[in-house]
Write a protein that binds this ligand. Structure first.
Ligand SMILES: O=C(O)CCC(=O)C(=O)O
Ligand SMILES: [Fe+2]
Length: 416
């Protein structure tokens, strides 16, 4: 398992998230690997923790408040069960029978025969379970996560429009909005090289396109595979953002990309076609700019890439993201320094970056609505994070047209 991957190297701000240190994340992660998967252990004692024994996780993982749905083998009907509420590690429910036609409360005379029947049933259950487990552990893991109640319904990044009477904003808010608006329109778009391979395109995405991006993300985010709050590990702390992944799903608990949403097991959503044009154009415009700056070896300094992953984060005003490297993409992609292209929409954010995982030594840049930040080449492995969301700094017109909630939407495109 790769250490120090995306979002695994947290630097707690003011020690608020010290329980989420990288050490504890790693510790928890290694203890989350399924161990000694042996579906038939329970059946040997006939007692019978049928479902509880299907997947054995090491002790600490037994989540106190998470219930799992039972695995019901094909061809078997659940006759009576309290398995729905069975938790791993709980003692077996008194009456759990899977019936393949009529096995119900036995009388004592029928007990031996029916125990044999039950043994047969259990063998079949075990066989099916083994098949399911060996067939695709990933499917089962996602199924288990899917059934966890902790993720809840997808998060809506927009406020639901309601017929409310809007209060007039206070004078200081109006003045700040005016100042920001003036700054945006007087500055217009421009490009800045922050360091070799790291380019900032200011005010790059038009106001109309920002609205389109919010609308598209909202629609996708409300469906299956939509926005959820990722966590470090089962029963561990949560990241301070909502996330939806397109193209491939980033699994925060194992720091790797998978093909289903860890929240609900849905097949990963595709990146909408129209998103590609902003990424392609931003890289092309950066190349043109580098040329004007007499940079040689443009492709080496900032390689081109075709994104097949888009991670969409939504930060509320208290959201943030600790210093980390994005290093769960393929070795080849990382070796070539294929860039991460990041689009910011909504409230501005203080984005920190540097060569070390050290906030004190990190540089800071404010990312505003419509800005695009690209880091590739020799900057691909920078540590970076978001320390602050600047409340009430989103363009007023964006909020009016898209109804985006207070906060910041960020899309990072990568090529696996
Ligand atoms: O929100 C941002 O600007 C950065 C997001 C990020 O680093 C990530 O998703 O890996
Ligand atoms: Fe990142």
């Amino acid at each position: 398992m790769k250490k120090g991957g995306r979002k695994t190297c947290w630097v707690p701000k003011n020690n608020q998230s010290s329980s989420n240190s990288s050490a504890s994340v790693e510790d928890q992660r290694s203890s989350c690997e399924p161990k000694n998967v042996s579906p038939c252990v329970g059946s040997e004692t006939r007692g019978i923790p049928l479902v509880g024994s299907v997947s054995k996780w090491s002790g600490v993982v037994t989540p106190p408040n998470v219930s799992y749905k039972p695995f019901t083998p094909a061809g078997f009907q659940k006759a009576s069960s309290s398995v729905d509420n069975l938790r791993f590690g709980d003692s077996a429910p008194a009456q759990v029978n899977y019936s393949s036609g009529g096995f119900q409360s036995p009388s004592s005379g029928e007990l031996v025969q029916q125990t044999r029947h039950l043994t047969g049933d259990i063998d079949k259950i075990c066989e099916s379970s083994e098949l399911a487990i060996s067939g695709n552990k990933q499917d089962q893991a996602s199924q288990e996560r899917k059934d966890m109640s902790e993720y809840g319904a997808p998060f809506d990044i927009c406020n639901v429009k309601a017929a409310t009477v809007k209060l007039k904003p206070a004078l200081h808010v109006k003045n700040r909005e005016k100042r920001l608006e003036n700054k945006r329109s007087s500055e217009g778009p421009y490009i800045k090289i922050l360091r070799p391979g790291m380019v900032l395109l200011k005010h790059y995405i038009s106001a109309a396109d920002q609205v389109k991006i919010v609308e598209k993300c909202r629609t996708l985010g409300l469906g299956r595979g939509g926005f959820y709050q990722p966590s470090y590990g089962i029963g561990e702390g949560k990241l301070r953002l909502k996330m939806m992944c397109l193209g491939k799903n980033w699994d925060s608990q194992n720091s790797k990309y998978i093909d289903v949403s860890p929240a609900d097991g849905a097949k990963t959503l595709s990146i909408p076609g129209e998103f590609h044009k902003w990424v392609d154009q931003a890289i092309r415009d950066s190349h043109d700019y580098l040329r004007t700056q007499s940079v040689r070896n443009i492709e080496e300094t900032l390689p081109s890439m075709t994104p097949d992953i888009c991670i969409v984060n939504f930060y509320s005003k208290t959201g943030r993201l600790g210093l980390h490297q994005d290093k769960d993409e393929s070795k080849e992609s990382l070796r070539r320094g294929l860039p991460v292209v990041s689009i910011s929409i909504g409230d501005s954010a203080e984005f920190v970056y540097g060569d070390q995982r050290d906030l004190e030594k990190a540089e800071k840049v404010v990312l505003e609505s419509g800005d695009v930040l690209i880091f590739g080449g020799s900057s691909r492995h920078i540590f970076h994070g978001v320390t602050t969301i600047n409340a009430e700094t989103a363009p007023k017109s964006l909020l009016e047209e898209s109804n985006l909630r207070p906060g910041r939407l960020n899309l990072t495109f990568r090529q696996f």
